[in-house]
Design a protein around this ligand. Structure first.
Ligand code: ADP
Ligand code: MG
Length: 399
């Protein structure tokens, strides 16, 4: 696959699909990691003398309901990203309020070699998420070459991630992946096709139903899967345990039994539970299969932590998705911290990958993100890459 390094683009207009879907609060960027991660590709193109046109989506925009649309357009502007990017690059980043039309064309025509232009949120266009051919045509007309560097959006075949490169490629124009996508693919490939065994998957988070496809896929690839988070209670219930008021997906019980029959799944033996999610008067550790009436499981217990840490220590490859408990609250962090710590101790001895938005946030919150071999910037995209045996539409279209 061609990368940005291989491109000969001096004087050419290069459209770069970035992932600037940053968390905003009251119009301020709370975490600029995604902008920082995009810098190597942008800097490379500037140094090559390209005219760098950047596109990204930000948040969700509802085009059906006019009130929600107005809110979405106000809330999800990329203008603050242009400012922050300018600071990080130490050069002006021109911002186009228009997502297509004469004003945008004029801005592009005015660009000099090495200039950077950021286009307003791609999702302000109704046709973006529908991969609308007319929209793809309009955007493709702005560019002589295309670089895909939005790993977090590579699982979506939208106009800016799929339609545009498809058109440009068919016209014989250069298309490539950026450094961020290259790094993600190189690292995630090692958990798609695992060579260093034992291969352990750690799965947690909220719902079994969100993760069915990835569990199926991991069962084929892994030697063992350890389960935590709320999804553990669906398994425990399926095996006949009492789970109190813990969240259970009743429509997933058969599936959970079937998965458990693989013999590869380990479940928590004890659980930290509480008599209320928000204002508990009692928090205690019980056996996972005996959670009392009126109590809800919120983290894996101390015996499970020991058991899971021992499993982690034995692994040579680890893929982790989903926190072990409600890590956002101090009382239910210990399980997730234990997994972070055990993985961190494998540094230099095993290949450890985190895929999943909340798991990556947890690992950063607890200060362990530098200790992992790879922390993916794409939650959904990293899961889909495993589910689809290494394939994602936004990357396959380049190759
Ligand atoms: P990721 O984003 O890493 O894929 P998910 O989105 O699947 O992870 O799950 C993360 C959420 O799951 C967190 O907000 C966490 O609080 C929640 N969670 C984990 N364990 C429990 C539990 N026992 N009860 C309720 N929520 C839980
Ligand atoms: Mg999540």
């Amino acid at each position: 696959m061609k990368t940005v390094k291989d491109l000969q683009v001096a004087g050419k207009r290069v459209l770069v699909r970035c992932d600037f879907n940053v968390p905003l609060k009251d119009g301020a960027i709370r975490d600029d990691n995604r902008i920082v991660q995009a810098l190597p590709t942008i800097k490379e193109l500037i140094s090559k003398g390209a005219k760098v046109i950047l596109m990204s989506h930000l948040g969700k925009v509802d085009h059906k309901d006019p009130v929600k649309l107005a809110e979405g357009l106000k809330k999800n502007t990329l203008a603050p990203v242009a400012v922050r990017l300018g600071e990080l690059l130490g050069k002006e980043v021109v911002f186009s309020e228009e997502t297509r039309g004469e004003k945008l064309s004029a801005l592009v025509n005015n660009m000099k070699d090495g200039d950077v232009l950021l286009v307003q949120n791609t999702r302000f266009e109704k046709g973006e998420t529908k991969n609308d051919p007319e929209l793809s045509r309009a955007w493709a007309d702005l560019a002589d070459a295309f670089v895909m560097d939005a790993f977090g959006s590579a699982h979506r075949a939208h106009a800016s991630t799929y339609g545009v490169p498809e058109l440009l490629k068919a016209e014989g124009k250069e298309v490539a992946v950026g450094y961020l996508v290259e790094k993600e693919v190189v690292n995630l490939s090692k958990v798609v096709d695992c060579k260093e065994r034992p291969y352990l998957a750690i799965l947690g988070g909220f719902k079994v139903s969100d993760k069915i496809k990835v569990i199926n896929s991991l069962l084929k690839k892994c030697d063992k899967i350890i389960i935590g988070g709320a999804m553990a209670y669906t398994f425990i219930k399926a095996l006949g345990g009492n789970v109190g008021t813990s969240p259970v997906e009743m429509d997933q019980l058969d599936y959970a039994r079937e998965m458990y029959a693989s013999g590869k799944i380990l479940l928590p033996v004890d659980t930290v539970c509480a008599n209320d999610f928000d204002n508990p008067t009692e928090v205690k550790v019980v056996e996972s299969k005996d959670i009392p009436e009126g109590f809800e499981g919120l983290d894996i217990g101390p015996k499970t932590r020991e058991m899971y840490m021992a499993e982690i220590t034995k692994a040579k490859t680890i893929f982790w998705n989903g926190p072990m408990g409600v890590f956002e609250k101090d009382a239910y962090q210990a399980g997730t911290v234990a997994v972070c710590k055990a993985c961190a101790e494998l540094k230099g001895k095993a290949f450890t990958v985190i895929g999943g938005g909340d798991s990556a946030a947890a690992c950063k919150q607890f200060g362990y993100n530098e200790e992992f071999s790879h922390v993916s910037t794409g939650g959904g995209a990293s899961l889909e890459m495993i589910e689809n045996d290494g394939h994602l539409p936004g990357i396959d279209v380049i190759g």
